[in-house]
Design a protein around this ligand. Structure first.
Ligand code: SAM
Length: 228
């Protein structure tokens, strides 16, 4: 059985999609979707030998070698033009790493319809990448599993604008303000306040003043949300 985190990522993959799961590790996500019959064909890409081998083994064990091609490759290099990939999932990495994988492989994205990302940290770097590269957010999810909070951002081609608060916390998540969302941002905001407090007596170099201003700005932005 898939984790709730991966199951939620999977739920955004459309029926009949041709999927590339980048950083697939054990290839649980494509295996799950093919076994469900939701998709018929997938690529599992891995850059590290150990996880790549575990993906190959797992796909073979489940008898899915005809449907799932596992490739040892860096980022979107796992995708070949003839694959006809229309959906990409990248889960379980930091937001900046996911954004750099998308940037480095941007020529592979031309015919891609949907990108589903699950950044472990710094989800805002994915929103920034999207805005700068002609993708828009079509949905988001936030969930808690084993005391960890995860965000999922779903992108499709198009243009959209978001204000600073939406870029930070996500336009759809902000709109819904779920309990998990409130918990996450209360935690973050408490941490920023703690750091800000610890900088009170840290001197007055430009660097420290700038850092304090940044923290205060974020505290103010989220404060408006949490006080409602
Ligand atoms: N996607 C799975 C999940 O969400 O459960 C596995 C997540 S695992 C923590 C991250 C995987 O991404 C690792 O197996 C790592 O080797 C792989 N990875 C990191 N950078 C990569 C890159 N540039 N290209 C392909 N895979 C990468």
């Amino acid at each position: 059985k898939l984790s709730t985190r991966l199951d939620t990522v999977a739920s955004f993959v459309e029926e009949g999609a041709t999927l590339a799961d980048i950083g697939s590790d054990h290839a649980y996500l494509p295996c799950h979707l093919v076994k469900l019959g939701r998709i018929q064909k997938a690529i599992a890409g891995e850059v590290v030998k150990g996880p790549y081998e575990s993906a190959v083994k797992n796909v073979r064990k489940k008898g899915l070698s005809d449907e799932i091609t596992v490739r040892l490759a860096n980022g979107l290099e796992a995708i070949h033009e003839s694959d006809g990939v229309d959906t990409i999932t990248i889960a379980g990495m930091g937001g900046p790493l996911i954004a750099s994988i998308l940037s480095n492989g941007h020529e592979k994205l031309q015919n891609v319809k949907r990108i589903i990302t699950q950044p472990n940290i710094h989800a805002s770097s994915i929103r920034e990448w999207a805005v700068q590269n002609g993708w828009k957010i079509i949905d988001e999810e936030i969930l808690k599993e084993d005391h960890k909070i995860y965000e999922i951002i779903v992108l499709e081609q198009g243009h959209a604008q978001y204000d600073d608060l939406e870029m930070m916390v996500g336009p759809y998540l902000l709109d819904r303000k779920s309990n998990v969302f409130i918990e996450k941002w209360t935690r973050e905001s408490d941490e920023w306040k703690r750091v800000l407090g610890s900088l009170e007596n840290a001197g007055n170099t430009n660097e420290i003043i700038e850092k304090k201003e940044q923290l205060q700005k974020k505290i103010n932005l989220i404060g408006g949300v949490l006080s409602n």
